[in-house]
Design a protein around this ligand. Structure first.
Ligand code: BG6
Ligand code: MG
Length: 213
């Protein structure tokens, strides 16, 4: 039986996935790489430098590490401008209800986001206190699809991977949950999140009762 639910942040709890998309799109256009929503699916859940490397792999670039860091920083500055005005109104439908329901059912709640802006976003949304444990992305060596981040969350929550439900909107994120040995709830399109055990359109359709017996 499940003892914890570990949530992703961007695209699950709030629509920052769209802001990441806009910020990467601007950068891709600046360096002359074609960019659309389909390609963007490959970036979802992937950390900052990993995302940049995926974009650069679409063109012929010979950049130094310094130049890459400058581009990544530029994207992040733009992203931070986009999220600067976030408030609790930016919570996706059903997000708070889902967190509260999990809490009432007596399960632990974790957050596994590779975003280095996660603490800022959570605080703008006013939901930091709702989590028992939030992984600090800067302490993670390998991003999604590696299982490290979900395994770290489970360990810190004091539960085994089999006792965890992971909730993710990204292909890389679902892969991370599955290779951690957890049950994966995908949020989005079942045609995209083919590795998920179950896919729901959004957290308004999440009910922890469906997973407990
Ligand atoms: C993930 C997003 O949560 O965080 C990715 O899905 C993003 O799109 C990644 O690239 C890293 O975010 P940040 O804020 O550290 O650049
Ligand atoms: Mg996400």
């Amino acid at each position: 039986t499940f003892k914890a639910v570990i949530f992703d942040l961007d695209g699950v709890i709030t629509d920052t996935a769209h802001y990441h998309y806009l910020a990467w799109k601007r950068l891709a256009e600046q360096v002359g790489v074609p960019f659309d929503e389909v390609f963007n699916e490959r970036l979802k859940g992937v950390d900052r430098m990993g995302s940049l490397n995926l974009i650069l792999s679409q063109g012929r670039f010979d950049l130094t590490e310094e130049e890459k860091v400058a581009l990544a920083t530029q994207k992040n500055t733009h992203y931070q401008e986009l999220i600067a005005e976030m408030t609790p109104e930016d919570l996706l439908p059903g997000a708070v209800q889902a967190l509260d329901e999990v809490r009432q059912a007596g399960l632990k709640i974790g957050l596994a986001s590779v975003s280095r802006n996660a603490f800022t976003v959570l605080s703008s949304l006013g939901i930091t206190e709702k989590f028992d444990y939030i992984v600090d992305a800067s302490t993670i060596a390998r991003g999604k699809p590696d299982p490290e981040i979900f395994l770290k969350a489970a360990a810190e929550l004091g539960v085994t991977p089999e006792e965890c439900l992971g909730v993710e909107d990204a292909v890389a994120g679902v892969a991370s949950i599955k290779s951690a040995g957890m049950y994966a709830v995908g949020v989005g399109d079942p045609q995209v999140l083919t590795q998920a055990d179950r896919v729901i359109p959004g957290l308004q359709d999440f009910s922890i009762a469906d997973f407990l017996d």
